[in-house]
Every structure is written in C-alpha cells, then in structure tokens.
Design a protein around this ligand. Structure first.
Ligand SMILES: [Fe+2]
Length: 450
C-alpha cells in the first residue's frame, strides 16, 4: 500500500532508551557500575572540563572500583572527525574495553562514534552518517556522565560529527542508529552546576529546541508528545534562574530533567529545520550548537507557525502565556513573543553578526579548516547559498512540519545573520519566500491556468 500521500511518516519507530541514573551523587556510582558491567580498563572521553576537577574526581572513583583509566581529553566543541578517530586509536592502543564520556554532547558523541568505529575495525567515522548505517549493534559499552543541560546525547541514538577531511567538508552530519546508544546514562544535576552561565543559556536553548521540534514535527509520536510539552514548561520556568543563579539546585535539577526528557522525546519524534540550520552554521562557523539554536529558534518557529498553528498555541500555554479567549493563530503568536523574551533575558545575541567575535574565536575549532576563517559572521550570498544547501540535505529536515525550499532556507539564514530578533509574519521575511521559490511559482501558475 502506498501511504505516502496520507502520512509523511506512516510507520513510526520508538527508539529504546538506555538504563539511566538521575540525581545528586549519581556520578559517584559510575565506577562501581563500570566494574559491574565487566569493564577493566576504560577510556575517558572528554574536553577536560578544566577548572572543575570533575575528570580527576571521576578517575579516582573508577580506580577505587578497580577499573584502570586512560584519558582522551582533546574533544572539541562540535566534535570533528579527527577527534573520533584519535579517541578510537587511543582506545585500541591501550587495549581498553569500554568508554566513559564525561561532559556534554561533544564528548558523548565522540565516544558514541568511536564505539561504532571500533565495531567496524577502524573504518573512517564519516562512513557512518545517515540512518541505520552500522552493520552491528555489538559495540563496546559506554557510560555517559552528563554535565550540561542541553544535548541529551547521553541517552539518544544519534551523533553529530563535523567532517573536515572528505571532499564534502565542511559538513556537519547526523548519524542515527541504535548502535550509538550508550549503555548507561548518568545525569547528576550537581555536575551541571559547574557550567559557565553562558553555557547554561546556550544548552538550555538546545533543550527547548529539541522539545519544540519534537512537539510540532511531522512524526507526531504520541509516546513523546507529553515529554516534549513538559520539557518546554520546565525550561520556561527554570532557565532564567539556572543562568543567573547556577547555585540554585532546584532550578538546575529542573533543567537537567528538561534536557533529559526532551532528548527522550526527540529520540523517536525526531527534529526539524532549526537543527538543520544550526548544523549548517556550525559547519562554517564553529560556534556553540545551543547558541545557534537560540539565534534561530524564533525565526524557525515563525516559519513553521502556519503549518502547526495549534501546536504552537499549545507551546504558548506551556510557556506560561495567557491565551484565554484567543484563537489558535493569535495564541501561537504569543509563543514567538515568549521565546524572544526568554532569549533576550538569557543573553542570546540578536543575530549571528552580533555574536561577539572574540567569544566566537574562543569557540573555533583547532583544526586546519578554521584557522583562516573569519570569526565575525557576515555571510555573503554565496555562503548563504552553500549553508542553505547544507540545510536541505540535513537528516533533520524531513521531520519539519513545513516544507522547505533552498530559497526559503537561505532567507531564514539571512534573517538569522543580519536582522533583529523580532516576530514577523511567517512569509514576511525581507525577501518574500513565495516569490523567491521558482517551484512554488510554477505550481501556482499551473493551478491558475487549470
Ligand atoms: Fe541539539
């Protein structure tokens, strides 16, 4: 039966989640858990988390449980293909039998990817982009100790890796496969309290991006909808406090729950073009994924609003807006206003060109591709076109509630780079996206003729 004209996703898959531990002190169980899993020599995969003492503390914890530790601490923000291959080499050279990722999504994704590389005798990680590419689920075990309130990578079956070595570079790709799912996820809100406050803001916007894309997307997985809604409520109620008072345990615990359940939601309900856009900008400018989402979220919600109006009206309610007496379109507008207010309150820049160049520079990758790249984002037409094409081929794009054209993607990107963060009408970008879309123009002309 051809059901493609009835549903974009006629068959929905539920991706099982790993066993997990959540709560203050949970990370102290990691060493004994590793021993119980039969690990004797693990590779820590981390950016180092300098100044926090977390890696050293975890190392002692594992050694006290009788588990030997080798440390790979060169993970970069937006992990690169060479980070994965370096971690894999260290894993094999030291004859390790398990991975322990400590940090945020970059560390977890590096270890998740290195496990799949290890299960395929060291094949290049860039071979594993796309859906279900791994030839085996028999990967080395991984304990993922999370320290941020954003990516949820400690629990998802996804990785995001930047290819800087193939002919497609720079290319930030997504891999989706149960083979990537960690063995044990550990969320300890106390560890999240060590994040710099701008990282709390950025990763918090990654969480609301996950939750909202899972909530409004085409997959509409009913096992995920309530989790996505609850995560939006938690972000609205707690992100400001977590940013400006990271020592507030209750706020950080709520944000840790939000990031965890939002990730469970998008593991099966998938994502949309906010993530596609974020991946494209990250490929060209190596800035923080959550910061990208914070800049893009109001624009993408605005673009998607006419295709998911009632869902965005729900989001307005989740964000605490009073929508009594409003029709769905009026209520949905309030969601946009609310997320702009949250972004401004949390210090998200108005647009990419106003991201502090010095700050962006500190986030730049150390790989050769980025050495001569500008740190201020002022994309010209050719670069906007290249990024728009990157958006179109992203694995997240088909789940978006509204169809996308390369012209519309380019216009949303241009808005993100140069315009102020204000609510517009869905087709009210500087360049009218219907007029910019030759395919839509042809369809309209055909209909008018018939
Ligand atoms: Fe994300």
């Amino acid at each position: 039966m051809d059901t493609t004209r009835m549903y974009e996703f006629p068959v929905r898959e539920f991706f099982s989640q790993p066993r997990s531990l959540f709560g203050p002190g949970a990370y102290e169980q990691a060493g004994p858990e590793a021993a119980a899993l039969g690990m004797r020599h693990v590779l820590f995969v981390t950016s180092g988390l300098s100044g926090t003492g977390i890696v050293d503390e975890c190392k002692t914890n594992f050694e006290n449980a009788g588990v030997t530790v080798t440390v790979y601490d060169k993970v970069e923000s937006n992990p690169k293909d060479y980070n994965v291959m370096d971690a894999y080499s260290m894993f094999t050279e030291n004859e390790c039998d398990g991975f322990v990722s400590i940090g945020g999504g970059s560390s977890h994704d590096t270890a998740k990817s290195a496990r799949v590389v290890a299960a395929h005798d060291g094949r290049n990680v860039n071979e594993f982009q796309g859906v279900g590419v791994s030839e085996t689920l028999n990967t080395p075990p991984q304990i993922a100790i999370n320290t941020t309130v954003g990516t949820g990578a400690e629990t998802t079956p996804f990785v995001v890796v930047t290819d800087l070595s193939s002919e497609k570079a720079p290319h930030k790709w997504v891999g989706a496969d149960q083979a990537f799912t960690p063995t044990l996820a550990i969320n300890d809100p106390v560890l999240c309290m060590s994040q710099p406050r701008e990282y709390v803001a950025f990763t918090g916007f990654d969480t609301i991006a996950h939750a909202s894309e899972a909530y409004v997307g085409r997959v509409q997985h009913l096992s995920c909808t309530p989790l996505a809604y609850k995560a939006i409520e938690l972000v609205q109620s707690n992100l400001r406090q977590a940013v400006y008072n990271p020592n507030d345990y209750n706020a950080m615990e709520a944000m840790t729950w939000a990031q965890y359940i939002a990730a469970q939601a998008f593991s099966s309900a998938l994502l949309g073009i906010l993530h596609s856009l974020s991946h494209a900008v990250c490929a060209y400018y190596d800035i923080h994924h959550g910061l990208n989402n914070g800049v893009g979220i109001a624009r993408v919600w605005t673009y998607n609003l006419p295709a998911a109006t009632e869902k965005f009206a729900d989001i307005a309610t989740a964000m605490g807006e009073d929508t009594r007496g409003l029709n769905p379109a009026e209520a949905a507008d309030k969601a946009i206003d609310s997320v702009i207010r949250l972004a401004r309150d949390c210090g998200i820049p108005e647009n990419f060109s106003s991201v502090n160049p010095n700050y962006a520079k500190s986030e730049m990758g150390r790989g050769p591709f980025y050495e001569n790249r500008p740190t201020k984002i002022e994309s010209d037409d050719a670069e906007l076109q290249a990024m728009a094409e990157h958006v179109m081929e992203d694995v997240c794009t088909p789940g978006n509630p509204r169809d996308l054209t390369v012209e519309a993607a380019k216009e949303i990107l241009r808005d993100c780079v140069y315009d102020p963060m204000v609510r517009k009408t869905a087709n009210g970008y500087r360049q009218n996206i219907w007029g910019a879309d030759p395919a839509m123009g042809r369809m309209t002309a055909q209909r008018m003729e018939s």
